[in-house]
Design a protein around this ligand. Structure first.
Ligand SMILES: CC(C)(COP(=O)(O)OP(=O)(O)OC[C@H]1O[C@@H](n2cnc3c(N)ncnc32)[C@H](O)[C@@H]1OP(=O)(O)O)[C@@H](O)C(=O)NCCC(=O)NCCS
Length: 177
């Protein structure tokens, strides 16, 4: 398995992975919109291949923490691995590589709305109880899905507030599940 930053010429492979992993078009269309969204930049888009076959994709886009302009924030969304490559560490490797790149880029906090049984393996923990509000309300039964990974020590507990995401991600329906 090989991970590299996705080039413009990889876009169709990226969208293929998103469609096949989620079995619908919504995430692929979200990725397409985020790629074209100036407010999402800088972004990190990583594509995993096995041999030449695209098997996984992860996207990190720029966000901000309301009232804390000095804190550098990103959102991880979406992460996708094609079904027949799942369970082999592709998703985990994409997260870990992405976090290294985020750290090198000076990002302090990375947020995700995702499976609460999965992301804690990679250093994410509950964000709501630390005072971080998601861009749109997440239903109470999914509150644990809202998680944060601090790349800069000492920030958790010291800052709080609402996370403002890129325009293309700023739709209530992306935050309901
Ligand atoms: C979730 C997803 C990205 C994981 O990718 P992956 O490459 O299979 O993940 P990894 O191989 O790194 O990790 C596999 C482990 O995570 C676990 N896992 C996978 N999905 C999980 C979930 N939703 N909740 C809890 N654990 C999960 C697996 O059971 C496996 O556990 P094990 O190591 O104990 O056997 C992939 O299943 C996927 O694309 N699913 C469809 C799209 C999706 O839901 N994306 C995530 C949105 S938050």
């Amino acid at each position: 398995m090989h991970i590299a930053e996705a080039l413009d010429s990889d876009l169709e492979d990226v969208l293929f992975v998103e469609r096949v992993a989620f079995e619908q078009d919504e995430e692929a269309e979200l990725v397409r919109a985020l790629m074209a969204d100036p407010s999402a930049r800088p972004l990190v888009s990583l594509l995993a291949r096995e041999e030449e076959r695209p098997v996984g994709h992860i996207l990190f886009t720029t966000a901000r923490l309301e009232g804390a302009p000095d804190v550098s924030v990103a959102i991880l969304a979406p992460l996708a691995v094609v079904p027949d490559a799942q369970g082999r560490g592709v998703g985990g490797a994409l997260i870990e590589r992405g976090l290294v790149l985020m750290s090198e880029a000076g990002v302090d906090l990375v947020f995700v709305a995702g499976h609460p049984g999965y992301y804690p393996r990679h250093g994410f923990g509950p964000a709501g109880r630390l005072g971080f509000e998601p861009p749109h309300a997440i239903p109470a039964k999914h509150a644990d899905a809202w998680m944060v990974h601090a790349l800069t020590p000492g920030l958790l507990g010291a800052v709080r507030g609402k996370v403002i995401c890129a325009d293309a991600l700023d739709e209530p329906e992306y935050w309901r599940e």
